[in-house]
Design a protein around this ligand. Structure first.
Ligand SMILES: Nc1ncnc2c1ncn2[C@@H]1O[C@H](COP(=O)(O)OP(=O)(O)O)[C@@H](O)[C@H]1O
Ligand SMILES: [Mg+2]
Length: 261
C-alpha cells in the first residue's frame, strides 16, 4: 500500500498570521503533520478556518509566519518545481485551446515544449478529453474544464498535487463523477496529494487519511485513517463503515457549533 511510504511533505509548527491594515489576522495556529509519499490526504474544515492558507503555504505561494515546511527533502521558500496546483476555478485562458492551456505550465516554467507535448496529449486522453484538445475552454462543460486544469497541474510530472476545493463549483452529480475520475488518476499516476475540501463524504471517499481542522484560527483537531479498500465505488458512501466515519468527523463541527445538528 502506497500510504506506507516515507514522509514527502512535513510541516513542523507552521503558523500563519496575516498582517493587514486593520491589524494582524491569525489564520493558522502552529500545525505539525506529515504526508507520506504516494498518500492521498484530505483536509476538511469549516469555511474560513485556514484551509486555502495552508495549501498556499505548502505551495510556496505565501511565506509562513513561523515553523518550517519541507517538501521532498527541501525547505519550502518559494514555489517548488515538484508541485502542481488545482484551484476551485479552472482558470483556463479563453483564447487558448485545451492543449495550449495544458502546455502553459511548460511554457511558464521555461521547459522545452517538444519534450512534454506527448505527455500533455496522454493526460488529456486519460481524462477523456482526447477529442477536445483543439476546443476552447468555453466549448467545454465545467467538469471538462476542471479535468483540463488537472492535466495542466500534472503535465510537468510533479511528485505532489495540491488541490483546493477543485470540485466545489460543480453540480453534485458531476462532482461524484470527478471523485471517481480523481481516484483513477491518483491510482495511475501515484502522486502525493493534498486535497482541500469542505465536503466530509468527498474527503473520506478519496483519502488514505483525513485531517480535520478546527475553526479559525485553524489547528489540527484530529487525523483519521480511512481503512476502506480501493478502488472505491460511490455505493461505498451508503455503507455503515463510511457513515460511522463521516459521523465521527461531523462530530467535530457539531461540538464547535459550525454546522447545524
Ligand atoms: N490575504 C489575506 N489577508 C488577511 N486575511 C486573510 C487573507 N487571506 C485569508 N485571510 C483570513 O484568514 C482566514 C482563513 O482564510 P482561508 O485560508 O481562505 O480559509 P478557508 O480556505 O478555510 O475558507 C480567514 O478568516 C480569512 O479572512
Ligand atoms: Mg478556501
Amino acid at each position: 500500500m502506497s500510504a506506507a511510504g516515507q514522509a514527502l511533505i512535513r510541516l513542523d509548527r507552521v503558523a500563519k498570521t496575516y498582517v493587514t491594515a486593520d491589524g494582524p489576522v491569525e489564520s493558522l495556529k502552529p500545525l505539525s503533520f506529515e504526508i507520506r509519499e504516494g498518500e492521498f490526504m484530505s483536509v476538511v474544515g469549516p469555511s474560513g478556518c485556514g484551509k486555502s492558507t495552508l495549501l498556499k503555504l505548502v505551495a510556496g505561494l505565501l511565506p509562513a509566519s513561523a515553523g518550517e515546511i519541507v517538501l521532498n527533502g527541501e525547505r519550502v521558500a518559494g514555489p517548488p518545481d515538484d508541485v502542481g496546483i488545482v484551484f476551485q476555478s479552472p482558470v483556463l485562458l479563453a483564447w487558448r485551446s485545451v492543449i495550449d492551456n495544458v502546455m502553459l505550465q511548460i511554457e511558464l516554467r521555461g521547459l522545452d515544449p517538444r519534450a512534454y507535448l506527448d505527455k500533455a496529449k496522454a493526460l488529456l486522453d486519460m481524462v477523456g478529453l482526447g477529442d477536445f484538445q483543439r476546443k476552447f475552454p468555453w466549448q467545454l462543460s465545467g467538469g471538462m474544464q476542471q479535468r483540463a486544469s488537472i492535466c495542466r497541474a500534472l503535465v510537468h510530472n510533479p511528485a505532489v498535487l495540491l488541490m483546493d476545493e477543485p470540485f466545489g463549483a460543480l453540480d453534485a452529480m458531476t462532482r461524484e463523477k470527478m471523485n471517481l475520475e480523481l481516484q483513477r488518476i491518483w491510482s495511475e499516476t501515484k502522486k502525493t496529494v493534498l486535497f482541500i475540501t469542505h465536503s466530509i463524504p468527498e474527503s473520506i471517499f478519496l483519502s488514505d487519511r483525513v485531517l480535520v481542522m478546527s475553526e479559525r484560527p485553524g489547528r489540527v483537531a484530529a487525523i483519521y485513517d480511512v481503512p476502506l479498500a480501493r478502488p472505491r465505488r460511490l455505493s461505498l458512501m451508503g455503507t455503515p463503515e463510511f457513515a460511522t466515519l463521516a459521523q465521527t468527523i461531523r462530530g467535530h463541527f457539531y461540538a464547535q457549533g459550525a454546522l447545524d445538528a
